[in-house]
Design a binder for this molecule. Structure first.
Ligand code: SF4
Length: 253
C-alpha cells in the first residue's frame, strides 16, 4: 500500500485565532487544496494543490520551497526534530488546517496516529462537508473545529445533510462549530442554520465569527447585529459565543 501523502502549504507556530480554543499555542500544518470556494476565503493561495511548502518553527532553521506531496511519516520526522528541542515553546496541539484536510483522510489518520504516540493532540479544522472522511479519521482526532457554511457565503449552497452528518460525528469529541457571519446575512438564513445545527448536535458550542475585512461575501456585521444574532441562536443552542479572528487582531499568522 502506498504511503499516505498530502500537499502542504506551510508549517508554523502561532496561537489559535478562532473558535473555542482561541489563544492556545499550536503547531499549524496547513494543507493545500480545497473543494469549496467560500466568498470570504482568507487563504486563497492554499486552495492551489500545486506548489511548494515552507516550515517555520521556533528553534529550527526555516525551510523554504520544500517539495510536495509530503508523506505523513516525513512530516512526523520533522516534527520530532522540533519536539526534541529543550527550549521549544509548549504546544496545546497540532492544528491541521487548510485548504481542506479531509481531502486527504489517509494522511490525516496516519498523522493523527503518529501524533497520538508522541503525546501531541490533533486539532482538526474542516469545512464540515466531508462526513465520510471525518468518520474515517475520527479515532485519531482529539478536537474538531467544524465550519457551518452559510448559503450566502458560498457560490453554491451545501446540502444541509452533509453538515448534519459531520456535526453528529464531531459531537463525539471536544468540538465547536464556527459560523462566519457578514453584513449581507439575513435573519431567516441564520435561523434556518441554527435550527439545523440544534437538530444535528444540540450540545454544539457555536462560535459566531464576524468576517474580517470586506470580501464578495460582504463586510463585518455591526455589533448590534452580532448581539441580536447571538440572542437568536440562544433560542436553539445553549452555548453561543461571538469571537472575531483574534490572530488578525494580534498581527500574527
Ligand atoms: S474552506 Fe477554507 S480554504 Fe476552502 S474556500 Fe473556504 S475558507 Fe477558503
Amino acid at each position: 500500500m502506498s504511503e499516505p501523502t498530502a500537499p502542504l502549504y506551510e508549517v508554523f507556530f502561532s496561537v489559535q485565532g478562532e473558535g473555542l480554543w482561541v489563544g492556545m499555542p499550536q503547531v499549524f500544518v496547513r494543507v493545500r487544496g480545497c473543494d469549496l470556494r467560500c466568498l470570504y476565503c482568507d487563504t486563497p493561495a492554499a486552495r492551489e494543490e500545486r506548489g511548494e511548502w515552507a516550515l517555520d518553527l521556533p528553534g529550527l532553521p526555516p525551510r523554504l520551497a520544500q517539495p510536495n506531496p509530503v508523506p505523513a511519516d516525513c512530516l512526523l520526522v520533522l516534527l520530532d526534530e522540533w519536539l526534541r528541542l529543550p527550549e521549544r515553546p509548549a504546544a496545546h496541539s497540532l492544528a491541521l488546517t487548510g485548504g481542506e484536510p479531509l481531502l486527504y483522510p489517509d494522511f490525516v489518520a496516519a498523522l493523527g496516529r503518529g501524533l497520538r504516540s508522541r503525546g501531541l493532540p490533533l486539532y482538526l479544522e474542516t469545512g464540515g462537508h466531508h462526513p465520510e472522511a471525518l468518520a474515517q479519521v475520527l479515532e485519531w482526532v482529539d478536537f474538531v473545529a467544524l465550519d457551518c457554511k452559510l448559503p450566502s457565503t458560498l457560490p453554491e449552497a451545501l446540502a444541509p445533510e452533509v453538515f448534519t452528518r459531520s456535526a453528529a460525528l464531531a459531537a463525539r469529541l471536544p468540538f465547536c462549530v464556527k459560523m462566519v457571519v457578514t453584513d449581507r446575512i439575513s435573519e431567516a438564513e441564520l435561523e434556518q442554520a441554527f435550527r439545523v445545527l440544534a437538530e444535528a448536535a444540540p450540545c454544539a458550542p457555536l462560535v459566531l465569527q464576524p468576517v474580517t475585512g470586506v470580501s464578495p461575501a460582504g463586510g463585518p456585521p455591526s455589533g448590534r447585529h452580532l448581539l441580536a444574532w447571538q440572542a437568536l441562536a440562544g433560542r436553539f443552542l445553549s452555548e453561543v459565543r461571538v469571537i472575531p479572528q483574534c490572530h488578525r487582531l494580534l498581527g500574527v499568522r
